[in-house]
Design a protein around this ligand. Structure first.
Ligand SMILES: Nc1nc2c(ncn2[C@@H]2O[C@H](COP(=O)(O)OP(=O)(O)OP(=O)(O)O)[C@@H](O)[C@H]2O)c(=O)[nH]1
Ligand SMILES: [Mg+2]
Length: 334
């Protein structure tokens, strides 16, 4: 536990991550201090810490105060991040989150997709806060998210440190699950089970999933890589509710990156939406988006308007502002 915290601390980049680690430490200490106080009260630790009970108890309330302060601060940072995310969503930016066990190659793939050169390493948890960068996929700007690696048996206090990552995963439109395909077979299976468990725990479901079988450069026999990947696919498909695509890649050697981009493009293709509405003649003239007039009925004009999914929200605002009666909003094949 202490070791995990230390690794976290070393790599914690953001202020939130640092606070989360301090919080985890304090929460770890508090039962111990409580026990000191209890033992002092029943006389098992007379004169503990020299000056006795007073010091232990003021230490205890100091920790308590610090915990409250940190929790408040984390809440504030989180609210700020939520605001940022909302504005991102409002301008219609799609996010793609790269998830997977630690050292699978998330940051290396992130760099390959975004052209960024961030710290990667053999050590565990090289990435401690979600890193976001934009990439152009088939002419569409998307945000790629590098996340903290999954690990087994994460103590509950640590979950806090993963919070921001989990939040981002939930909001992402597409998930990339990267697997180190060159690892020992048993390890791969164990980790896939862990991933599925985590997905279930945080309630990820229905999102398009791209499984990247990474480190293909370390495998001599491609048939073996295919066999392993098929097992992974079957395992995930059994319990995952959403489209799944497989890509073989070497993030390090930059092979398969185009295929990953193609898979993303497939999932983010903007959808076309049909809006059916009714409005009066004077309002009709004020609509800026091209539309089709269908018929006049009870003094109102029935119209159809076709738009892209990402523009839908703004157009609906515009129409409602004009007092249009929205009759139907339907996704159609483009
Ligand atoms: N041979 C080979 N090595 C790779 C490949 N992708 C990543 N690596 C190496 O694997 C190690 C871990 O890669 P990272 O990208 O840091 O892994 P990560 O998933 O971001 O790890 P954390 O941030 O710690 O969760 C680094 O030494 C990378 O150079 C690959 O395709 N082939
Ligand atoms: Mg990383």
């Amino acid at each position: 536990m202490q070791l995990i915290l230390e690794i976290f601390d070393k790599h914690a980049g953001s202020r939130e991550a640092k606070l989360q680690i301090e919080l985890a430490r304090l929460k770890h200490i508090i039962p111990i201090v409580k026990e000191w106080i209890r033992q002092r009260k029943i006389g098992e630790l007379p004169g503990f810490l020299g000056a006795g009970g007073y010091k232990v108890e003021s230490y205890y309330s100091l920790i308590k105060r610090r915990i409250t302060h940190i929790e408040r601060e984390i809440k504030r940072i989180r609210e700020q991040r939520n605001k940022l995310r909302k504005s991102r969503e409002e301008i219609g930016l799609i996010t793609v989150a790269i998830v997977g066990y630690t050292s699978a190659g998330k940051t290396t793939l992130f760099n390959a997709l975004t052209g960024e050169n961030k710290e990667t390493g053999r050590e565990l948890f090289t990435t401690l806060s979600p890193k976001i960068k934009s990439a152009h996929i088939n002419g569409t700007k998307v945000l790629i998210l590098d996340t903290v690696g999954f690990i087994d048996y994460v103590p509950i206090e640590i979950i806090e440190a993963f919070y921001s990552t989990l939040e981002e995963i939930l909001k992402a439109k597409v998930l990339i699950l990267i697997v180190d395909i060159a690892e020992e077979y048993r390890e791969i299976i164990r980790k896939i089970n862990g991933v599925l468990e985590t997905f279930e725990k945080i309630g990820v479901s229905g999102k398009p999933l791209i499984i990247v079988a990474n480190k293909i450069d370390l495998i001599n026999n491609f048939e073996e890589a295919k066999r392993r990947t098929k097992i992974i696919y079957d395992k995930i498909a059994k319990s995952y509710d959403g489209s799944i695509v497989i890509v073989y890649a070497s993030a390090l050697k930059q092979t398969g990156i185009i295929e990953v981009k193609k898979a993303i493009a497939k999932f983010i293709r903007p959808k076309t939406v049909l809006i059916c509405m009714a409005l009066s003649e004077d309002k009709l003239r004020k609509i800026k988006t091209p539309f089709m007039l269908l018929e006049k009925k009870n003094g109102l004009y029935l119209c159809e308007l076709i738009t892209r999914n990402h523009e839908l929200k703004n157009i609906l605002y515009e129409l409602k502002d004009l007092g249009a009666k929205i009759l139907k909003v339907k996704e159609i094949e483009s």
